[in-house]
Write a protein that binds this ligand. Structure first.
Ligand SMILES: NC(=O)C1=CN([C@@H]2O[C@H](COP(=O)(O)OP(=O)(O)OC[C@H]3O[C@@H](n4cnc5c(N)ncnc54)[C@H](OP(=O)(O)O)[C@@H]3O)[C@@H](O)[C@H]2O)[C@@H](O)CC1
Ligand SMILES: Nc1ncnc2c1ncn2[C@@H]1O[C@H](COP(=O)(O)OP(=O)(O)O)[C@@H](O)[C@H]1O
Ligand SMILES: [Mg+2]
Length: 282
């Protein structure tokens, strides 16, 4: 049976911060993506990660994106992704690695995806989005068994990965079998009513609408998920459910007075949204 997500998940997961905590308690998130064409995608993911409470955010991207990223998200650190030695050190030091938003499909991107999948260990949580999903499918790669892996495909990315055609993706059982075969711990199958698959079962999101059909909306979701799993020491499935619910609940609120929801504004609105839904709020 597919459960429906509701607002209760936010109060379960988004807790008030202890007074004596510091940035190291809230996760070091490394975002790898953004080629010469898609710098905006990784910038929006970084914006979302910072605004959703990640303690430390580092972006590894094509060097062409450095100043644009810093002008929008000065909180984020930057690594040129062509410096593999530094990048591998950054992976070892991070709690969460988000791979793929705006990464593109170049030969270098393919080699980088292979390298990152080899480097991550049981110490990191891996979030795989966008082009990295297409690369994994095209190159017949496997997600690493020892690393907790969250994949966030839209339906065509899922078709490439799972070989399940779009028309058959309502078959819950079939998607779950493919999830397990691919070593994906949590599958966020994005669509009009997004479904989350994990060993805890399936949950569906009833909220959301076409005002979210804007390029970058998925990149922002990936950044929110990465920040949530980096900071909330809670059941992993529920943490991802809270991230998915928060992303769309805020979009619904913004759509009350906007024809479409700009992903970058949604990213910036997350800190305010989380303050309004945190539990133990005095
Ligand atoms: N500002 C930036 O930098 C941005 C950068 N971005 C980055 O771009 C990279 C490529 O990602 P992508 O999703 O744009 O392209 P891809 O994986 O080829 O899939 C599209 C193909 O699938 C088809 N399609 C059919 N149904 C669909 C559905 N429900 N949902 C989606 N697609 C559907 C669609 O059909 P068509 O629309 O052509 O008829 C088309 O043939 C990725 O790394 C991403 O992060 C973007 O986030 C945008 C903002
Ligand atoms: N009509 C819709 N109803 C509900 N959610 C939508 C709709 N269209 C898009 N979305 C949401 O927007 C996001 C789009 O993700 P994705 O296709 O990866 O975008 P991008 O790669 O451009 O950032 C997903 O979270 C998806 O569920
Ligand atoms: Mg996407």
């Amino acid at each position: 049976m597919v459960k429906q997500l509701n607002e209760g998940i936010l109060k379960e997961v988004i807790v008030k911060r202890p007074a004596d905590s510091y940035k190291g308690d809230y996760g070091h998130v490394l975002l790898i993506g953004g080629d010469k064409q898609y710098g905006g995608a990784i910038t929006m993911a970084a914006q979302a990660a910072v605004s959703s409470g990640a303690g430390l955010v580092t972006v590894a991207s094509d060097s062409v994106n450095r100043s644009a990223l810093h002008s929008r998200v000065p909180e984020a650190m930057f690594v040129d992704w062509s410096d593999l030695e530094v990048l591998m050190e950054q992976i070892d030091r991070s709690d969460v690695v988000l791979l793929g938003s705006g990464m593109g499909l170049s030969e270098y991107a393919v080699s980088l995806v292979k390298r990152v999948l080899m480097q991550v260990s049981s110490k990191q949580v891996l979030v795989v989005d966008g082009s990295a999903l297409t690369i994994v499918a095209q190159e017949n790669l496997m997600f690493p068994r020892e690393t907790f892996t969250i994949a966030t495909p839209h339906q065509v990315e899922w078709e490439r990965l799972s070989k399940i055609q779009l028309n058959y993706q309502h078959e819950i059982q079939m998607n779950d079998v493919q999830r397990q075969m691919l070593n994906i711990d949590i599958l966020v199958l994005k669509q009009h009513h997004t479904v989350i698959y994990s060993s805890d079962g399936q949950t569906e999101l009833e909220q959301g609408g076409p005002y979210q059909a804007v390029g970058g909306m998925g990149d922002v979701l990936a950044g929110i998920i990465a920040a949530f799993v980096g900071q909330f020491k809670f059941n992993m499935t529920q943490t991802v459910e809270a991230a998915v619910y928060a992303h769309t609940a805020l979009a619904d609120q913004m759509a009350a007075y906007n024809y479409i929801v700009r992903p970058s504004l949604l990213a910036d609105g997350m800190a305010n949204f989380m303050a309004r839904y945190q539990s133990n709020f005095d």
